[in-house]
Design a binder for this molecule. Structure first.
Ligand SMILES: [Ca+2]
Length: 267
């Protein structure tokens, strides 16, 4: 087991974006207000700025697909929220999704819908204001769609909030590094898992999940996203050092043994 974990930990990422080339050519479905800027980067000279102007459904996104996909993937990015960032009640940030291997769009446009087990699953890692109880941007959580999700009070199936515990509060005006890890179930078993960290601190780990009933669904897209449902002001975030890896994550700033301990202790 130790040897297996060491091998997984030394596997390099399958994708790395530092925005230093000044181009978004490595990304697909480039939409909204995106700009590579040359100030305040997390590393190097450049980072990606995403702006939500006042209005509904404001923001922008880019998607990196990696079809057909994998059964265990970690994604990591550095993110900074503007010092005056305030999304109001609702927003979405980045998402790791499972699309059908024969349809790279099958996880998109599914807001409010319950997955069937053969069409999609998706987990966003994002902050939550909890109707003003948390200072913006809020507490870090997973926002997940999977076949066993709970129905919302309005009868729709909005993503379920899986909150960090103890709460990880997302700062403004400061870079933090977020990691999201998902391991898919075997079809017919509920043995999938997902977990997240901020700056190496564990936010939570959920086991016993059924994300799919077919091998035609795999982890195969990462969306870098800023979506604000009703933006009352100009809201900006910056992204840098985006990585996608297969297997179990190493945690930036945390040694391998600490990462292994965190994986064991956050259940
Ligand atoms: Ca950079």
């Amino acid at each position: 087991m130790t040897l297996c974990c060491l091998l997984l930990f030394t596997q390099p990422p399958i994708f790395h974006e530092d925005f230093e080339s000044g181009s978004l050519a490595a990304w697909g479905d480039n939409r909204g207000n995106l700009r590579i800027v040359e100030e305040g980067a997390y590393k190097g000279k450049r980072c990606l700025e995403v702006t939500a102007n006042p209005g509904k459904g404001a923001g922008g996104h880019i998607v990196r697909w990696f079809l057909p996909g994998y059964d265990e993937v970690w994604v990591r990015w550095a993110v900074k929220f503007a010092p005056d960032f305030d999304q109001g009640n609702h927003m979405h940030l980045c998402a790791l999704a499972g699309n059908r291997v024969d349809d790279k769009w099958s996880a998109f446009g599914k807001a409010g819908k319950k997955p069937t087990g053969t069409d999609f699953f998706v987990t966003n890692l994002e902050p939550w204001r909890d109707w003003g109880r948390n200072e913006p941007p809020g507490v870090l959580m997973l926002y997940s769609y999977w076949p066993d999700m709970q129905r919302s009070r309005d009868g729709m199936y909005w993503g379920n909030n899986l909150l960090s515990n103890p709460p990880l509060m997302v700062p403004r005006g400061k870079w933090t590094v977020w990691t999201l890890w998902m391991k898919l179930n075997e079809p017919g078993k509920a043995n999938g898992e997902q977990a997240f960290w901020m700056d190496g601190k564990p936010g939570g780990r959920w086991k016993g999940m059924r994300f799919r009933d077919t091998l035609d669904l795999r982890l195969n897209s990462l969306s870098l996203d800023l979506y604000i449902h009703d933006s009352k002001q100009v809201n900006r975030v910056w992204f840098d050092e985006v990585e996608i890896g297969v297997g179990t994550p190493t945690l930036m700033g945390v040694n391998r043994q600490a990462a292994a301990d965190a994986m064991q202790s956050t259940g």
